[in-house]
Design a protein around this ligand. Structure first.
Ligand code: NAD
Length: 357
């Protein structure tokens, strides 16, 4: 197949991990006889420096003319003044809004060989393999808001419509159909009106998917269960702010922020794929960042935007094989064991991919 992929390396370690993810996508193309065209553009802090805008029109045009976007990370101390009018994160929100990317998929898997790096007992991590589907363009982050008077009160509004809940619920139910057919919807229906609408709507959508077992959990108790019995969850669907918080909590199950990928999807096959970590200024430029989240994001791109399911699975398996063979970047290495650089780790995954054929 032929596909055009826009690469937005962004800032800090975003640039370093993207180089490795792109190298692997080129390998996938060569092995499978596909033609992938890569076009790179400025996004985030580097775009503010160059064009005064984190999401310049030249970048937007390239993003509009491709099958999928692979994104590194944005931000850093240089642009971190919260009162600045132009900030790198505005680029992220505008990108999501521009393309109507309402569903954020975050698979969380605990690799047994990395269990020591998670702050939970290893036996609790056995079999942890879940997928969060977070609503991404509604709720408190996008609802009416105001600071009132002379700043002595303020409000944000959690606003959801039935169609907004329906569409993200359907994404989650369809994902569950391809997995263990279990969906947990997380809300706060005992207190919030928006959560009662959420629950009612998810229950209605559940009728369209009789093969999926659906249950509901209150966010406070779910936050506890996620740590107590993480292996019992399969697909979790939740609103924007709850998802923001819970997915960071879930990230610790994987042992390092550097391990986790994400996909932001809309109605069609187009999507933005990015590791969940930030630009990591404390390690940027050292060549030691863990590129796993970026590589697994490339695998999600192959699956969701290009429909290349076998290639996606092969890339995921190559990461697993490299880890099984002992490949470790510093964040997941044993305290006194030597760690690989990002590039060396990438080479180990490339070798594992070639072995899989
Ligand atoms: P961060 O994710 O950048 O880093 C948190 C910690 O995790 C750091 O110690 C870092 O070294 C480590 N870490 C992160 N990714 C790693 C990797 N791949 N390999 C090894 N270690 C890794 O979060 P932060 O420090 O809170 O934020 C730094 C900057 O990134 C800020 O400007 C923030 O706004 C931005 N940020 C951007 C995104 C995004 O682009 N989507 C997400 C989160 C944070």
């Amino acid at each position: 197949m032929q596909a055009t992929i826009t690469v937005l390396p962004g800032d800090g370690i975003g640039v370093e991990v993207m180089a490795i993810a792109v190298a692997l996508l080129k390998d996938v193309a060569a092995l499978g006889g596909h033609t992938f065209t890569f076009q790179e553009a400025l996004f985030g802090g580097c775009a503010i420096d160059a064009a005064g805008d984190p999401f310049p029109s030249e970048t937007r045009q390239l993003c509009e003319n491709c099958h999928a976007i692979l994104l590194g990370a944005v931000g850093g101390p240089k642009w971190s003044d919260p009162s600045a009018e132009v900030r790198p994160e505005q680029g992220l929100l505008r990108l999501r809004q521009h393309f109507g990317l309402f569903a954020n998929l975050r698979p969380v898997r605990a690799y047994p060989m990395l269990a020591r790096h998670a702050p939970l007992r290893a036996e609790l991590l056995e079999g942890v393999d879940m997928l969060f589907v977070r609503e991404l363009t509604g709720g408190a982050y996008f609802g009416p808001r105001q600071e009132q008077g002379d700043g002595d009160s303020a409000y944000d509004t959690i606003l959801y419509t039935v169609p907004e809940v329906q569409r993200v619920a359907r994404v989650a139910f369809r994902a569950a159909q391809g997995r263990r057919k279990h969906l947990t919807s997380v809300d706060k229906a005992n207190v919030l009106a928006s959560s009662r609408l959420w629950r009612r709507t998810v229950e209605q959508v559940a009728a369209e998917f009789p093969d999926v077992r659906a249950d509901h959990a209150l966010v406070d108790s779910f936050a506890m269960q996620l740590i107590r019995t993480p292996a019992r969850f399969d697909v979790i669907v939740t609103e924007n702010m709850f998802g923001d918080i819970l997915t960071d909590e879930a990230a610790i199950l994987a042992g390092s922020l550097g391990m986790l990928p994400s996909a932001s999807l809309g109605e069609g096959t187009f999507g933005v794929y990015e590791p969940i970590h930030g630009s990591a200024p404390d390690i940027a430029g050292k060549g030691i960042a863990n590129p796993t989240g970026a590589i697994l994001s490339a695998a999600l791109l192959l699956r969701h935007s290009l429909g290349l399911h076998q290639e996606a699975a092969a890339l995921e398996l190559a990461v697993q094989r490299a880890l099984e063979a002992g490949a470790r970047t510093a964040d997941i290495a044993e305290p006194d064991a030597p760690a690989l650089s990002s590039a060396e780790f990438g080479e180990r995954v490339r070798a594992a991919l070639r072995q899989l054929g």
